[in-house]
Design a protein around this ligand. Structure first.
Ligand SMILES: NC(=O)c1ccc[n+]([C@@H]2O[C@H](COP(=O)([O-])OP(=O)(O)OC[C@H]3O[C@@H](n4cnc5c(N)ncnc54)[C@H](O)[C@@H]3O)[C@@H](O)[C@H]2O)c1
Length: 331
């Protein structure tokens, strides 16, 4: 990895947030596909360790900086063939603790990326989120569904709203300025190197099961979720990058295999051969009062499949195994 000023022979792909969980997997994949890659990341939630496997790669250039305060941002984006914009404030616990940071970070940085992309019409893929579907009572979500966002008194919706405004901005730039933008609404993505620090359920459960501690299931546990292995998420993003049909469009990206959170906890305990128990926990013990959780959230990925032929390859039991195997030994 080159941290100084380096001449890159090919027009590189720029990955914002490339030292994050999904970003680092995407970077590895792009390098494997033969691209030169530039990462810009302020390491606020990401880590340079996430890029350890490719640290010495001659086609990787790493810039440690906040996007909007990077003085050569215009040149950086102008010199890129494509921008994957993943940098954002992420994770329910982080969002609840720091809503101001979430809103300003997710709006300002995205605005800066689009503004820098405009002069050369550099294509941008924006990583949005299934959170934008809000608290709609539907179980399965399609890209043209109404979005039912909760009120601003409830902090968690700041993340969804900031990402939704990013989506509006990206699509408006596409319509008004012919900027080639693609929006991906990522549903829960999991896999090696995901941090449990910010309330992500699977790494939290696996960590507890390995330590023989109770798996804390928030609420009644009957709420259902879907989990997509990060290699499948990356595959979908790469296919969309290469699909002319994806420009100016919004796509769900996820794995429609469904599980309740209680069933997920049981599966983790069983697959890891753990002696852990399951401990129900009231939401009010963990989050601010008035916290709302969605009952169901499953992606309809038929649009993605039509555009790219994508089908997720890794089932949930395999996701749990691979994530557990990739965790460092217990201290
Ligand atoms: N992981 C999921 O399940 C999931 C689900 C839906 C959407 N997403 C979206 O995918 C993207 C990546 O998420 P992730 O899970 O890899 O999270 P992550 O926290 O691991 O990655 C985000 C990265 O962005 C960096 N970053 C944040 N603000 C920055 C800034 N202003 N300037 C430069 N770098 C900055 C962080 O340091 C981090 O490396 C995010 O946009 C997130 O909203 C993720």
């Amino acid at each position: 990895m080159n941290a100084g000023q380096t001449f890159l022979a090919d027009k590189p792909v720029l990955v914002t947030g490339g030292a994050g969980f999904i970003g680092a997997h995407l970077v590895e994949r792009l390098l494997k596909d033969g691209h030169a890659v530039v990462v810009i990341d302020d390491l606020s939630t990401g880590s340079i360790d996430n890029l350890k496997a490719v640290a010495r790669h001659p086609r990787l250039h790493f810039i440690q900086s906040q996007i909007s305060s990077y003085r050569a941002l215009d040149e950086l984006v102008a010199s890129a063939s494509y921008v994957f914009h993943l940098a954002a404030a992420v994770g329910v616990e982080l969002v609840l603790k720091s809503s101001v940071h979430t809103i300003t970070n997710n709006l300002n940085e995205t605005q800066a990326v689009f503004a820098a992309a405009l002069p050369h019409r550099t294509p941008v893929m924006l990583a949005s989120t299934s959170e934008v579907y809000g608290r709609s009572p539907k179980a399965t979500f399609s890209e043209t569904d109404d979005l039912v966002i909760g009120p601003p008194q409830i902090g968690r919706w700041s993340y969804a709203c900031s990402k939704l405004l990013d989506e509006f901005l990206g699509l408006a730039h596409h319509r008004e300025d012919a900027l080639p933008t693609t929006i991906v609404r990522l549903f829960n993505t999991v896999g090696p190197r995901q941090s449990g620090r910010y309330g992500m359920v699977l790494p939290r459960f696996i960590d507890a099961a390995r330590r023989g501690l109770p798996l804390r299931v928030y609420g009644h546990g009957r709420q259902t979720r879907c989990f997509c292995h990060v290699s499948d998420t990356v595959e979908a993003m790469v296919r969309l990058k290469n699909s002319p049909e994806a420009v100016g469009e919004v796509f769900n990206v996820g794995n429609p295999e469904i599980t309740s959170i209680a069933a997920l906890a049981r599966a983790v305990i069983e697959l890891l051969g753990s002696q852990s128990t399951i401990e129900p926990v009231e939401y009010s013990e963990v989050f601010q009062s008035g916290f709302e959780d969605m009952q169901h959230r499953q992606p309809d990925i038929s649009k993605l499949e039509r555009a790219t032929g994508f089908q997720p390859q890794i089932p949930l039991c395999e996701i749990i195994r691979r994530t557990a195997e990739s965790m460092p030994p217990l201290e």
